[in-house]
Design a protein around this ligand. Structure first.
Ligand code: HPA
Length: 244
Protein backbone atom coordinates (compact mmCIF):
# COMPACT_ATOMS: atom_id res chain seq x y z
CA UNK A 1 0.00 0.00 0.00
CA UNK A 2 1.39 3.42 -0.85
CA UNK A 3 1.51 5.99 1.89
CA UNK A 4 -0.25 9.32 1.52
CA UNK A 5 1.42 11.90 3.72
CA UNK A 6 -0.19 14.73 5.62
CA UNK A 7 1.52 17.62 7.35
CA UNK A 8 -0.12 19.04 10.45
CA UNK A 9 1.54 22.41 10.56
CA UNK A 10 1.87 24.50 13.67
CA UNK A 11 2.75 28.01 14.76
CA UNK A 12 4.72 29.95 12.21
CA UNK A 13 4.27 27.41 9.45
CA UNK A 14 1.06 28.66 7.92
CA UNK A 15 2.93 29.34 4.65
CA UNK A 16 3.37 25.58 4.34
CA UNK A 17 -0.34 25.23 4.03
CA UNK A 18 -0.79 27.56 1.09
CA UNK A 19 -0.37 25.26 -1.89
CA UNK A 20 -3.74 25.81 -3.54
CA UNK A 21 -7.20 27.11 -2.63
CA UNK A 22 -7.68 24.10 -0.37
CA UNK A 23 -10.45 21.59 0.22
CA UNK A 24 -13.11 22.25 2.84
CA UNK A 25 -13.39 18.87 4.48
CA UNK A 26 -16.41 18.71 6.79
CA UNK A 27 -16.34 15.73 9.16
CA UNK A 28 -18.67 13.99 11.59
CA UNK A 29 -16.94 16.10 14.29
CA UNK A 30 -17.38 19.40 12.44
CA UNK A 31 -15.02 21.53 10.41
CA UNK A 32 -11.23 21.26 10.68
CA UNK A 33 -9.17 24.34 11.54
CA UNK A 34 -8.71 25.31 7.86
CA UNK A 35 -9.10 23.98 4.34
CA UNK A 36 -6.71 21.14 3.53
CA UNK A 37 -4.10 22.28 1.03
CA UNK A 38 -2.21 20.22 -1.50
CA UNK A 39 1.51 20.91 -1.53
CA UNK A 40 4.17 19.75 -3.91
CA UNK A 41 7.42 18.45 -2.41
CA UNK A 42 9.44 17.41 -5.45
CA UNK A 43 7.43 14.61 -7.03
CA UNK A 44 5.23 14.23 -3.99
CA UNK A 45 1.76 15.58 -3.30
CA UNK A 46 1.36 16.20 0.40
CA UNK A 47 -1.82 17.28 2.14
CA UNK A 48 -1.31 20.06 4.61
CA UNK A 49 -3.50 21.43 7.38
CA UNK A 50 -2.73 24.42 9.61
CA UNK A 51 -3.89 23.32 13.07
CA UNK A 52 -4.25 26.91 14.28
CA UNK A 53 -6.09 27.97 11.11
CA UNK A 54 -4.71 29.54 7.95
CA UNK A 55 -4.44 32.90 9.73
CA UNK A 56 -3.45 31.51 13.10
CA UNK A 57 -6.70 32.38 14.82
CA UNK A 58 -7.18 29.26 16.97
CA UNK A 59 -5.39 28.87 20.31
CA UNK A 60 -4.31 25.31 21.26
CA UNK A 61 -7.29 24.67 23.57
CA UNK A 62 -9.83 25.74 20.90
CA UNK A 63 -8.57 23.49 18.10
CA UNK A 64 -11.00 20.83 16.89
CA UNK A 65 -8.38 18.06 16.95
CA UNK A 66 -10.92 15.36 16.11
CA UNK A 67 -12.08 17.15 12.96
CA UNK A 68 -8.49 17.86 11.94
CA UNK A 69 -7.35 14.25 12.06
CA UNK A 70 -10.56 12.92 10.56
CA UNK A 71 -10.43 15.46 7.70
CA UNK A 72 -6.94 14.29 6.72
CA UNK A 73 -7.98 10.67 6.98
CA UNK A 74 -11.08 11.26 4.83
CA UNK A 75 -8.87 12.80 2.15
CA UNK A 76 -6.74 9.65 2.10
CA UNK A 77 -3.87 10.52 4.43
CA UNK A 78 -2.28 7.44 6.00
CA UNK A 79 0.69 9.07 7.76
CA UNK A 80 0.88 12.46 9.48
CA UNK A 81 4.06 14.39 10.16
CA UNK A 82 3.19 16.87 12.89
CA UNK A 83 5.28 20.03 13.11
CA UNK A 84 5.26 21.28 16.69
CA UNK A 85 7.19 24.15 18.20
CA UNK A 86 8.34 23.37 21.72
CA UNK A 87 10.30 24.73 24.64
CA UNK A 88 13.11 22.58 25.98
CA UNK A 89 12.97 21.47 29.60
CA UNK A 90 16.01 19.20 29.89
CA UNK A 91 19.42 19.53 28.29
CA UNK A 92 18.86 17.19 25.31
CA UNK A 93 18.53 20.09 22.90
CA UNK A 94 19.29 23.79 22.55
CA UNK A 95 17.01 26.47 21.17
CA UNK A 96 17.08 26.40 17.37
CA UNK A 97 17.55 22.61 17.18
CA UNK A 98 15.08 19.88 16.24
CA UNK A 99 14.05 16.47 17.57
CA UNK A 100 11.78 13.53 16.91
CA UNK A 101 10.34 12.73 20.37
CA UNK A 102 9.44 9.17 21.28
CA UNK A 103 7.16 9.65 24.28
CA UNK A 104 4.36 11.86 25.53
CA UNK A 105 2.96 13.25 28.76
CA UNK A 106 -0.49 14.83 28.73
CA UNK A 107 -1.44 17.69 31.08
CA UNK A 108 -4.26 19.04 28.92
CA UNK A 109 -7.86 19.17 30.09
CA UNK A 110 -11.28 19.90 28.64
CA UNK A 111 -10.33 18.97 25.07
CA UNK A 112 -12.40 16.57 22.98
CA UNK A 113 -9.75 13.92 23.12
CA UNK A 114 -11.25 10.76 21.74
CA UNK A 115 -13.48 9.40 19.02
CA UNK A 116 -14.53 6.76 21.58
CA UNK A 117 -16.86 9.11 23.42
CA UNK A 118 -19.38 6.47 24.48
CA UNK A 119 -22.10 7.74 22.17
CA UNK A 120 -24.19 4.90 20.77
CA UNK A 121 -22.02 2.41 22.66
CA UNK A 122 -18.88 3.66 20.95
CA UNK A 123 -16.17 2.50 23.39
CA UNK A 124 -12.57 1.59 22.66
CA UNK A 125 -9.13 1.57 24.32
CA UNK A 126 -6.18 1.95 21.98
CA UNK A 127 -2.73 0.63 22.93
CA UNK A 128 -0.75 3.84 23.35
CA UNK A 129 2.40 2.41 24.93
CA UNK A 130 4.40 3.82 22.03
CA UNK A 131 2.49 6.98 21.09
CA UNK A 132 4.35 7.68 17.84
CA UNK A 133 4.76 5.53 14.74
CA UNK A 134 8.17 3.80 14.94
CA UNK A 135 8.42 3.54 11.17
CA UNK A 136 7.61 7.18 10.52
CA UNK A 137 10.01 8.28 13.27
CA UNK A 138 12.84 6.29 11.78
CA UNK A 139 12.09 7.57 8.26
CA UNK A 140 12.30 11.13 9.61
CA UNK A 141 15.57 10.42 11.40
CA UNK A 142 17.02 8.79 8.27
CA UNK A 143 16.06 11.88 6.28
CA UNK A 144 17.80 14.07 8.87
CA UNK A 145 20.98 11.99 8.55
CA UNK A 146 20.94 12.17 4.77
CA UNK A 147 20.33 15.91 4.88
CA UNK A 148 23.17 16.38 7.36
CA UNK A 149 20.75 17.90 9.85
CA UNK A 150 21.38 17.43 13.56
CA UNK A 151 18.10 15.95 14.83
CA UNK A 152 17.80 14.33 18.27
CA UNK A 153 16.30 10.84 18.37
CA UNK A 154 13.77 10.66 21.19
CA UNK A 155 12.75 12.52 24.29
CA UNK A 156 9.50 13.06 26.15
CA UNK A 157 7.10 15.74 24.93
CA UNK A 158 4.87 17.13 27.68
CA UNK A 159 1.66 18.70 26.40
CA UNK A 160 0.36 21.57 28.50
CA UNK A 161 -2.99 23.29 28.19
CA UNK A 162 -1.84 26.81 27.37
CA UNK A 163 -2.36 29.25 25.92
CA UNK A 164 -0.12 30.82 28.55
CA UNK A 165 3.42 29.57 28.94
CA UNK A 166 4.36 27.70 32.12
CA UNK A 167 5.60 28.98 35.44
CA UNK A 168 9.15 28.07 36.45
CA UNK A 169 7.76 25.73 39.14
CA UNK A 170 5.57 23.98 36.56
CA UNK A 171 8.63 23.41 34.38
CA UNK A 172 10.48 21.99 37.42
CA UNK A 173 7.59 19.59 37.87
CA UNK A 174 7.67 18.63 34.19
CA UNK A 175 11.34 17.83 34.51
CA UNK A 176 10.72 15.70 37.62
CA UNK A 177 8.03 13.90 35.62
CA UNK A 178 10.60 13.08 32.94
CA UNK A 179 9.76 15.66 30.27
CA UNK A 180 12.38 16.88 27.81
CA UNK A 181 10.20 19.23 25.76
CA UNK A 182 7.03 21.18 26.42
CA UNK A 183 4.43 22.18 23.86
CA UNK A 184 0.66 22.60 23.67
CA UNK A 185 -0.61 20.56 20.75
CA UNK A 186 0.70 17.00 20.48
CA UNK A 187 -2.21 15.82 22.60
CA UNK A 188 -4.87 14.81 21.85
CA UNK A 189 -3.62 14.89 18.24
CA UNK A 190 -1.36 11.82 18.56
CA UNK A 191 -4.00 9.75 20.36
CA UNK A 192 -6.70 10.61 17.83
CA UNK A 193 -4.41 9.61 14.98
CA UNK A 194 -3.85 6.25 16.68
CA UNK A 195 -7.60 5.81 17.21
CA UNK A 196 -8.18 6.54 13.55
CA UNK A 197 -5.33 4.23 12.51
CA UNK A 198 -3.25 6.96 10.91
CA UNK A 199 0.53 6.75 11.48
CA UNK A 200 1.72 9.84 13.36
CA UNK A 201 5.10 11.25 14.35
CA UNK A 202 6.14 14.61 15.72
CA UNK A 203 8.93 16.75 14.38
CA UNK A 204 9.64 19.12 17.25
CA UNK A 205 11.28 22.47 16.68
CA UNK A 206 12.86 23.79 19.84
CA UNK A 207 12.33 27.53 19.84
CA UNK A 208 13.06 28.39 23.47
CA UNK A 209 14.35 27.24 26.82
CA UNK A 210 11.28 26.52 28.95
CA UNK A 211 10.23 28.95 31.68
CA UNK A 212 12.90 29.46 34.34
CA UNK A 213 15.55 27.67 32.28
CA UNK A 214 16.94 30.34 29.98
CA UNK A 215 18.89 33.52 30.58
CA UNK A 216 16.88 35.66 28.13
CA UNK A 217 13.13 36.38 28.08
CA UNK A 218 11.27 33.50 26.37
CA UNK A 219 9.91 35.60 23.51
CA UNK A 220 13.40 36.89 22.69
CA UNK A 221 14.65 33.30 22.65
CA UNK A 222 11.83 32.33 20.25
CA UNK A 223 12.61 35.27 18.01
CA UNK A 224 16.30 34.34 17.87
CA UNK A 225 15.85 30.57 17.43
CA UNK A 226 12.95 30.04 15.08
CA UNK A 227 14.85 30.62 11.86
CA UNK A 228 17.47 27.92 12.57
CA UNK A 229 14.82 25.38 13.60
CA UNK A 230 12.81 26.17 10.47
CA UNK A 231 15.80 25.80 8.17
CA UNK A 232 16.68 22.42 9.71
CA UNK A 233 13.07 21.27 9.43
CA UNK A 234 12.76 22.28 5.78
CA UNK A 235 15.98 20.47 4.79
CA UNK A 236 14.79 17.37 6.63
CA UNK A 237 11.37 17.46 4.96
CA UNK A 238 12.79 18.03 1.48
CA UNK A 239 15.08 15.07 1.95
CA UNK A 240 12.29 12.98 3.41
CA UNK A 241 10.02 13.49 0.42
CA UNK A 242 12.83 12.83 -2.04
CA UNK A 243 13.24 9.37 -0.56
CA UNK A 244 9.73 8.13 0.15
N1 HPA B 1 5.86 25.98 26.54
C1 HPA B 1 4.75 25.48 25.93
N2 HPA B 1 4.60 25.49 24.62
C2 HPA B 1 5.58 25.99 23.86
C3 HPA B 1 6.75 26.53 24.43
C4 HPA B 1 6.90 26.51 25.84
O1 HPA B 1 7.92 26.96 26.42
N3 HPA B 1 7.53 26.96 23.41
C5 HPA B 1 6.84 26.69 22.25
N4 HPA B 1 5.66 26.10 22.52
Amino acid sequence: MTTTYGLMVGSGWEDLSKGDAGTEAETAFGMPSAPVHRLQFGEHHVLSLARHGDRHTLPPHKINYRANILALKKLGVTAIIALNTVGVVSSVRQSGEIAVPDQLLDYTWGREQTIYDGRRGNVGHIDFTEPFSGELRSDLLDAARRAGVDCFDGGVYATTQGPRLETAAEVDRLERDGADYVGMTAMPEAALARELEVAYACLAMVVNRAAGRGDVPIHDDVEASTRAARTATMSLLENFFQAV
